[in-house]
Design a protein around this ligand. Sequence first.
Ligand code: NIG
Ligand code: FE
Length: 413
Amino acid sequence: MTTFDLLVKNAFLVTPLGSKAKAGDKQGEVFMMPEAMIGINKQQIAYVGSANQDYHGDTEIDCKGSVVTPGLVDSHTHLVFGGWRSDEFDRKLKGESYLDILRSGGGILSTVRATRKASFLELEKKTRYFLKLMFDLGVTTLEAKSGYGLDYENEKKQLLITRKLNGHPVDIVNTFLGAHAVPQEYLEDRKAYIDLLCETIIPKIKAEGLAEFCDVFCEHGVFSNEESERILKAAKAAGLSLKAHVDELEGGQGAQLAAKMACVSAEHLIAADDAGIEALAKSGTIAVLLPCTSLYLDKGYARAREMIDAGVAVAIASDFNPGSTPSPNLQLAMNLGCLKYRMTPNEVLCAVTLNAAASIDRADCIGTIEPGKQADLVIWDTLQFPMIFYRYGFNQTGAVIKKGKLFRWRRRK
Ligand code: NIG
Ligand code: FE
């Protein structure tokens, strides 16, 4: 007889396999097994396979055929921010563009003012609340970008909050996004801000272990391709891994830049062109696509199908932030992945688990349900896998298991 700490029984298991991002046809290859058993010891998966009468658990959960997938990975969020931007909603509805609002001193710059003003404790409390919502929706790991401080102290404040909340219970990977916008006080001398980022702030962020990745908002009117390249080079020299917001709004060879810089991921890509897609496929850069942002900005959708067909590994994330996506709901992004990108449920599952994990350098330990991986699982409130993608607008999780610990177990119909 074998006894596990936790035994998940009678699961309809659906998971990608492996420890590397899946591209092209492989993105849709998921492993499915009805009546599966998952044995968990401490924080790790120890057994995955068919039912075995000799296997028991100190705690046992009978899923009664419910779908079980890996915990969701939200690999692009702007999680820590002061205030909201509802005061700009009216302008947006009247047709003022995202970049025009930013140019007028609103948008990101408005959130920077609110974030600088907010105390550590206020921001921490708000972030805890978001984490609870996201965890309930099945997110067991997420990436959090700074970018609303735009000076050393306030960027650090954001990064320290997510570092403090890391593992409570969601695992958090920090990304430094000091190049999210040029702060108000440097608008007359943007070069001075970029110098400060490259020569002082980025090396300090790395030296203090505050972030693993560096990102840049490469876009017309924000940071040019040349400026972005300089920032990414400084980050690489400092020893940070690279990400880039590229081709989100107007586009302009951002995907090519991300590929050239060997970024781990290129994010948004709504306006990426054919050459950009080809460059990503060649460099193995993961495309992190953000369909909720497309919905909210009404700017069209990234060409996910073409990317997959060209051999680019596609991940999907929420982009949760107070401007372009005031929703922390990764499940909605999954629905849109099917409805707007025309990706299959299998491809979308891979996009929010294994490929998302790879886009934050975690594919070796999360993103699939296999022995040796961390025991992060979602038990869904359905017996049929496609149901998760077909139904939308409400939380469909039944339970979340994080590092072998069971949180909440409810069954609806
Ligand atoms: O990914 N584009 C840059 N950053 C966010 C928006 C941030 C904001 O508007 O506050 C995005 O869309
Ligand atoms: Fe973003």
